[in-house]
Design a protein around this ligand. Structure first.
Ligand SMILES: Nc1ncnc2c1ncn2[C@@H]1O[C@H](COP(=O)(O)OP(=O)(O)OP(=O)(O)O)[C@@H](O)[C@H]1O
Length: 281
């Protein structure tokens, strides 16, 4: 980013008073899966997310884009309390799943993460067999009572993740022996196996080659019919290909939320336009 453009943006937009433009809210309450209101996230004294108001719809893929460090991952992790694992991190505001407060004292974070699963940037299979990777969550949560049901669940999850055909004869081999793209699909199968309602994806294809990326993108399009997906991506092309809505973040603020096509062809906020036209970020 040139200093000239940085200064221009600073003059034009007082980030302190920036209000979200576009359509962060969903009209029909019954179409809302998750919602945040006035969501702030702090790391110690440093505020990383400022007052984010956003609805995430059922069966939609919403993409979160923005320059490095703008808080996309921090916001995503707030949605399944992954930030709880960071000691200095504090989340405030209202964050709900099906209208229920996910930060309520009554909410068990482990059970929440089964309902709101997460796929990370780097595929992270456990050092276990392919079978045991997928079976892990089901065993942990006692989802099946016998081996035959577990076998069925493992097969169904691998099938939904588009991996079963490739691994069906090697289920006892280590998950870590698969290719990067296969490992990421294994992680998706592991997430699906506990029957989540929402899948959070934090740059799930950034470590993959274009072919593996295309396979995961196709898979996401299929998964959308059964799950709600929120994805952080650095690739604007990817956001444009796979998502129905796009949220643009800048310096911890949610600047714009609109239908993906509108964000990329007719952005409402100048900051969004600057980003998508490559003027900064
Ligand atoms: N564990 C942490 N401890 C302290 N500060 C953190 C931590 N994680 C993130 N931050 C800070 O919070 C801000 C937002 O970071 P975050 O990783 O959410 O941004 P991002 O938009 O996802 O960035 P990137 O695109 O580079 O992954 C940054 O200033 C970052 O330095």
């Amino acid at each position: 980013m040139s200093t000239e453009i940085a200064d221009k943006n600073r003059d034009e937009f007082d980030i302190e008073i920036l209000n979200t433009v576009g359509k962060p809210f969903i009209d029909k309450p019954e179409d809302i899966k998750m919602a945040t209101r006035d969501c702030d996230v702090f790391y110690g004294d440093k505020q990383a997310i400022f007052g984010v108001d956003l609805d995430i719809g059922k069966n939609e893929i919403i993409a979160m884009i923005g320059p490095s460090g703008c808080g996309k991952s921090t916001y995503l992790r707030a949605l399944n309390r992954m930030n709880d694992t960071i000691e200095i991190c504090r989340v405030s505001g209202s964050l709900t799943l099906d209208g229920q407060d996910i930060y309520s004292k009554k909410q068990d974070p482990v059970l929440l993460r089964a309902r709101v699963g997460m796929v990370f940037q780097k595929p992270n299979p456990f050092p276990k067999s392919i079978y045991d990777n997928v079976a892990y969550g089901a065993r942990l949560h006692g989802l099946v009572s016998n081996k035959a049901d577990l076998d069925d669940l493992v097969e169904a999850s691998l099938t939904k993740a588009g991996l079963f055909k490739e691994v069906k004869d090697n289920l006892q081999k280590p998950g870590t022996g698969l290719s990067g793209g296969q490992q990421q699909r294994l992680c998706i199968a592991r997430t699906i196996a506990v029957d989540p309602e929402v899948i959070l994806m934090d740059e799930p294809t950034s470590a993959l080659d274009p072919i593996a990326t295309a396979i995961i993108e196709e898979l996401m399009d299929e998964l959308r019919h059964n799950y709600t997906i929120a994805i952080v991506t650095h690739s604007m092309q990817q956001a444009a290909r796979i998502s129905q809505r796009t949220a643009y973040f800048h310096l911890g603020k949610l600047v714009e939320v609109n239908a993906t096509n509108d964000v990329f062809t007719n952005p409402e906020h100048q900051l969004t336009e600057n980003y998508i036209t490559g003027r900064f970020g």
